[in-house]
Design a protein around this ligand. Structure first.
Ligand code: ADP
Length: 392
């Protein structure tokens, strides 16, 4: 069975065509600048790569072009070979607790959460509508970033603020990266052949979040009402004292939205190092002795370590710690800095094992009290697996 896994942005559309159950990637690619005159797309398949510049008026035109290319390049022989399309959808509020088959009515219900994910949700919905139009006979499945976290207890997802903010406006922790954390839990629990594992899953990419999972149920996660909360990230601040916002507004004359934009886009590794949001650049600068880069790296590792220690307490002792995403999978330097800061939990890193990139691997020593694994994430595959299950 071939499934298209799709992530639609406001002017982009990322796709992976996956054959299941073999998990073979038949093609992947990205359509960019949709709606602009210089739109372009790249498709990779069979060791080949095609890049074209064309005018993609809207997402439906991009989807039509995608189908045309899949057929022309014999990636599929007919449209019938695409049996389902799985869509990444950012926000399903508290209403959607599972992935599900989409229809007009459900899309309408999802759009209620557009104000909670204004940059992503309308675009995600637009992507679904484009596929409904171009491939009317193919089922579409919605896979939400928020659903995995819906098992959190009230005492974890509520903020200690006036209760009416929750009942009237839906102010609560929703959590994000749920598809990645769910994939990591699935991978590690299959590896250990256990369904009662207590896992601290650390998704550390440009965005980043940690998730405490007990037997497949999320106990807590670091992102909150929005993805701005939790650990320090590439460009996001993570948790800060909210009183900073009105104070800086007065000092700079900026609006609240502008300050929140600074917290989302000009903070984190970038804000502290003044160099880059990319941990590779920060690592290189810190090797050369750049003090702010060193400071940024240390702060980044410490915030993550602090949450790991907190989640170990929340889980009453974790069975395993996993690291994933761009930094977690690739940066041996950052992994070492994090593990060195959780020695009090009995975690011991094995430097030789830690010298790895992008592979499933144990990186802690045999006498580490909690084993630490690098587990590559694969959100596209998780979306495809959900889609297969629902349409079968
Ligand atoms: P996103 O949140 O955008 O999906 P990714 O998970 O792709 O982010 O992570 C991107 C980040 O991964 C980059 O910003 C970079 O900091 C980091 N990264 C990728 N490769 C390496 C590497 N070899 N060493 C250190 N950091 C890396």
């Amino acid at each position: 069975m071939n499934i298209l896994s799709v992530n639609a942005g406001s002017s982009s559309l990322k796709f992976t065509l996956i054959e299941l159950p073999s998990r073979n990637v038949l093609a992947s690619g990205l359509f960019e600048k949709i709606g602009m005159t210089d739109s372009m797309y790249t498709i990779k398949f069979n060791g080949e790569k095609i890049t074209k510049t064309t005018n993609l008026y809207d997402h439906s035109v991009a989807v039509s072009k995608l189908i045309e290319e899949l057929l022309e390049n014999n990636i599929v022989d007919s449209l019938e070979e695409i049996e389902g399309v799985g869509h990444r959808i950012l926000h399903g509020g508290s209403e959607f607790t599972k992935s599900l088959i989409l229809n007009e009515d459900i899309l309408q219900r999802i759009s209620k959460y557009n104000e909670l994910g204004p940059l992503h949700n309308p675009a995600n919905i637009m992507g679904v509508k484009a596929f409904m139009k171009v491939l009317p006979n193919v089922l579409n499945v919605g896979v939400f970033d928020t659903t995995f976290h819906q098992t959190m207890a009230e005492e974890e997802y509520l903020y200690p603020v006036p209760y009416e903010w929750y009942t009237k406006y839906g102010i609560r922790k929703y959590g994000f990266h749920g598809t990645s954390h769910r994939f990591i839990y699935k991978t590690i629990s299959e590896y250990f052949k256990r369904d009662d594992l207590k896992v601290i899953s650390c998704h550390i990419g440009n965005g980043g979040s940690l998730c405490a999972i007990n037997g497949g149920k999320v106990v807590d996660t670091t992102m909150g009402f929005t993805p701005l909360a939790g650990i320090m990230m590439g460009t996001r601040s993570g948790d800060i004292d909210p009183s900073i916002i009105p104070f800086v507004m007065k000092k700079t004359g900026k609006t609240a939205e502008e300050i929140v934009n600074d917290l989302n886009k000009k903070s984190g590794l970038l804000g502290i190092s003044g160099i880059s949001s990319d941990s590779r650049d920060v690592e290189n600068a810190s090797k050369e002795g750049n003090e702010r880069a060193i400071l940024a790296q240390n702060m980044y590792a410490q915030k993550i370590a602090n949450f790991i220690a907190m989640y170990n307490n929340l889980l009453d002792g974790a069975d395993v710690i996993t690291l994933t995403a761009g930094v977690g999978e690739n940066s041996s330097v950052m992994r070492k800095l994090i593990c060195e800061r959780i020695k009090s939990l009995g975690v011991l890193i094995d430097e030789e094992r830690n010298n790895c990139r992008g592979e499933f691997k144990l990186i802690s020593s045999d006498n580490s009290k909690i084993p630490v694994y690098v587990v590559p994430t694969n959100e596209e595959l998780m979306i495809a697996l959900d889609t297969m299950e629902l349409i079968s």
